[in-house]
Design a protein around this ligand. Structure first.
Ligand code: NAP
Length: 340
């Protein structure tokens, strides 16, 4: 049994972490729920196994006698608190981007590189949501034919920007239907209702966004192959939950759609949904609430035999964040089943 703390317990990801600990029957001895002073001051609670647990403010003493911390707070908060939790003896699974590219911190998607977990020094990083679903789909292909290059365009839901992203879309959709003005956007640079924004996170000097840079760097680190070229365009779309991705993959040898289908049929965490004759392919609305990565629209590149295209969808708050973190925690339990 483990003493667990969820940091960011009131957030879009944190709430799902708590739900998943219960759904997956994680061996929780005690659960501590932490968030900001705002939530603690408002006497917020978190429901776990039929009980309303108090949400407490983050402070050093809260990490005493904790085995596993699942943290889902902004990067600046993680940078301050995750090392404190680790120094107090917990293993921290951190959802923010703060430690992902730190060479001392494993960046883990269990279906791809669970073998990196034992290398941790107190902090394990959970990758970016759009990267997680892509590497789960790419890994079985890469094991069969080496991937040279990936060209990906994402269609990312507003919940990828947290609770406030969801609220901003809802407010604007309501105003759109009622034909009234809406307040100035605060979460996104432009209105998201009735729009697609080719802009997620900040722009870098090379013209790519930080979200796109994360997909390049994190894919290489998780797959353990710095030679994979990733060419991303990340787009925010007016969808509440689940990210969709259009992916073109180039291999070192020819590979057919049937080869890919049979590799994915055997792969953990992947569901093939590819019956275009019946209008069946992965959809964001259908993926919500599920843990798998769904793939479909599997096609040969008409211009070359060594490249495939497919459509990939997954719930960003579950496999893209909370489920992946809880899966890492489950691997930690296997490594150390009793309290240390
Ligand atoms: N959303 C996704 O799809 C996704 C996917 C992968 C990774 N992530 C990462 O996960 C993290 C959280 O994302 P989210 O979508 O859950 O965001 P969110 O809905 O905005 O939730 C943020 C959480 O952090 C807490 N928090 C904020 N400032 C704090 C502070 N100064 N001290 C203590 N707690 C503080 C909030 O507590 P209060 O409610 O008290 O303010 C809330 O519980 C981010 O680093 C994000 O990049 C998100």
């Amino acid at each position: 049994m483990k003493r667990v703390a969820v940091v960011g317990a009131t957030g879009a990801v944190g709430e799902r972490m708590i739900r998943l600990l219960e759904e997956r029957a994680f061996p929780v001895q005690s659960l501590t729920c932490l968030a900001s002073e705002r939530s603690a001051g408002a006497n917020r609670t978190a429901r776990f196994r039929g009980q309303d647990l108090p949400v407490e403010p983050i402070r050093e003493e809260a990490f005493r006698d904790i085995d596993i911390v699942l943290s889902s707070v902004p990067g600046s908060v993680s940078r301050q608190w995750s090392p404190i939790a680790a120094a107090a003896g917990a293993v921290v699974v951190d959802n923010s981007s703060a430690f992902r590219m730190d060479p001392d911190v494993p960046l883990v998607v269990p279906e791809v590189n669970a073998h990196d977990i034992p290398k941790h020094k107190g902090i394990i990083a959970n990758p970016n949501c759009s990267t997680i679903q892509m590497v789960v789909a790419l890994k079985p292909l890469h094991d069969a034919a080496v991937i040279r290059r990936v060209v990906v365009s994402t269609y990312q839901s507003v919940s990828g920007a947290g609770q406030s992203g969801l609220v901003e879309l809802e407010e604007q959709l309501e105003a759109l239907v009622q034909k009234r003005d809406w307040p100035e956007p605060s979460k996104f640079a432009h209105p998201i209702a009735g729009n697609c924004l080719p802009h997620i996170d900040v722009f870098l000097p090379d013209g790519y966004t930080k979200e796109e840079r994360k997909m390049i760097d994190e894919t290489r680190k998780i797959m353990g192959d710095a030679s994979i070229e990733v060419v991303p365009t990340c787009v925010r779309v007016p969808v509440p939950f689940s990210h969709s991705e259009s992916i073109l993959v180039e291999f070192d040898r020819p590979i057919t759609p049937d080869d890919a289908r049979s590799l994915w049929a055997k792969a953990p965490g992947v569901t093939v949904l590819d019956n275009p004759e019946h209008n069946q392919y992965p959809l964001a609305a259908d993926a919500e609430g599920h843990d798998d990565v769904f793939v479909g629209r599997i096609r040969q590149d008409p211009s070359r035999a060594d490249a495939l295209l497919f459509w990939c969808v997954s719930d960003n708050l579950r496999k893209g964040a909370a489920t992946n973190a809880v899966q890492i925690a489950e691997e930690l339990v296997k490594l150390s089943p009793v309290n240390s």
